[in-house]
Design a protein around this ligand. Structure first.
Ligand SMILES: Nc1ncnc2c1ncn2[C@@H]1O[C@H](COP(=O)(O)OP(=O)(O)OP(=O)(O)O)[C@@H](O)[C@H]1O
Length: 307
């Protein structure tokens, strides 16, 4: 049986207005590293709140480690670790005091599960007497992870753990997750950073409360509809504006200092014709080449299909 199962879950915070979640279904296998990938407001935190029994859904069912989130909330609370988006650390307590506090809450001790957090804790141990409120973003993140792990949970829920931390800490964090996965812990992690999607075994792309796609990152990329091109020229802003006027274009958007574009269909998929048209509009030195899409391109393509 899968460790996390959501079936047709819907949730609205307000009666009038769009729902935060609409008919969301997915499941996570035991020991899997599963990612919820989507922008701000997509519904990621709402999913975590429902799975950690902090919020009731309006419709649908969910189970974690075989327990129903409504009927067996007590059991779920003791077998999951949860790192909310806003770290739940006590700012006035030191690193060491926070850790002992969380261990006590779960009726255990730091010593009992130290082996699980050792690699992470050792990186912040030199500052163990520093108050959490005085730690950098990366150090807070490591402490919050230690606190979420101190009772050796079966399932770990991490809500945007890398938001607001530097690139090095982000990379280290994902390495830590790979190590925890090897310990057999099932991990559900959310991120708005599309580049982190490839670090998960499977991902769900989520937008405005709806799941757009669920699969391995590689399968999502290989299912990209049609061809994707990168378009380059000196005046990118003007190029974007003009290219969007071209009749055969399905999508054109900025990606770093180039533009990514796709054509509507095979009949309109003629890059040379587009280049001639752009030259007739006064653009010079325009280059176009076919490229492999990344997860962000797939996300954008899926979003347009669902609009
Ligand atoms: N307590 C609340 N009351 C009313 N609306 C809410 C509440 N919490 C979330 N929402 C709304 O529900 C939708 C989903 O929010 P949610 O926090 O789950 O998204 P998210 O993907 O986690 O994004 P973020 O990183 O911005 O929190 C958003 O439109 C949000 O404004």
């Amino acid at each position: 049986m899968d460790t996390v199962i959501l079936q047709h879950v819907s949730k609205s915070y307000v009666k009038a207005g769009p729902p935060a979640l609409e008919d969301v279904s997915f499941s996570v296998k035991k020991g899997e590293l599963f990612g919820l990938i989507g922008p701000d407001g997509a519904g990621k935190s709402t999913i975590f709140r429902i799975l950690t029994t902090l919020l009731l859904s309006d419709k649908g069912t969910a189970t974690v480690a075989g327990y129903d989130v409504v009927k067996h909330y007590h059991e779920i609370r003791s077998c999951v670790g949860y790192m909310p988006g806003k770290f739940s650390l006590y700012q006035d307590l030191t690193i060491e005091e926070n850790l002992h506090f969380f261990a006590t809450l779960f009726g255990t001790t730091v010593a009992a599960n130290y082996a699980l957090i050792k690699d992470i804790y050792e990186q912040i141990a030199p500052f163990k007497n520093r108050r959490a409120g005085k730690l950098s973003g990366g150090m807070k993140q490591k402490l919050a992870l230690c606190c979420a792990l101190i009772h050796r949970p079966e399932v770990l829920f991490l809500d945007e753990p890398t938001t607001g931390v530097d690139a090095v800490s982000r990379r280290e964090f994902w390495e830590m997750l790979q190590r925890l996965k090897r310990e057999g812990i099932t991990i559900v992690v959310s991120t708005p950073y599309m580049d982190e999607a490839s670090l998960c075994e499977r991902i769900a792309l989520i937008q405005t409360g709806r799941i757009l796609s669920i699969d391995t990152p590689a399968n999502i990329i290989s299912a990209y509809p049609g061809k994707l091109y990168a378009l380059m020229a000196a005046k990118v802003h003007l190029l974007l504006k003009d290219t969007r006027q071209y009749a055969g274009i399905a999508q054109c958007y900025a990606a770093g200092d180039t533009l990514h574009l796709s054509f509507k269909n095979e009949e309109t998929d003629h890059p040379a014709a587009l280049l001639s048209w752009l030259e007739s509009k006064g653009h010079q030195g325009v280059h176009i080449k076919a490229i492999t899409p990344d997860i962000e391109d797939c996300f954008i393509a899926k979003t347009s299909i669902h609009e």
